[in-house]
Write a new protein. Structure first.
Length: 65
């Protein structure tokens, strides 16, 4: 079930042929997807950085006691 939801937005291209040449790429959709992916990646990087700094801080406090 979860894989159905996960892959619902994905586009499955038709085989190469007459119909394939009629398809057009919507650049605005591609750019908006790119921005969404960048935001997700930035947020995960920030969360990882905060976790690493917190771990180092806690370890330092424990060593200073």
């Amino acid at each position: 079930m979860s894989s159905e939801i996960k892959f619902k937005k994905h586009y499955t291209p038709s085989p190469v042929g007459k119909d394939f040449n009629d398809k057009k790429v919507n650049v605005t959709n591609l750019v908006s997807r790119l921005h969404e992916e960048k935001k997700k990646e930035r947020n995960s990087n920030i969360a990882l950085s905060v976790a690493a700094v917190s771990a180092v801080t806690v370890f330092g406090i424990i060593l200073s006691l």
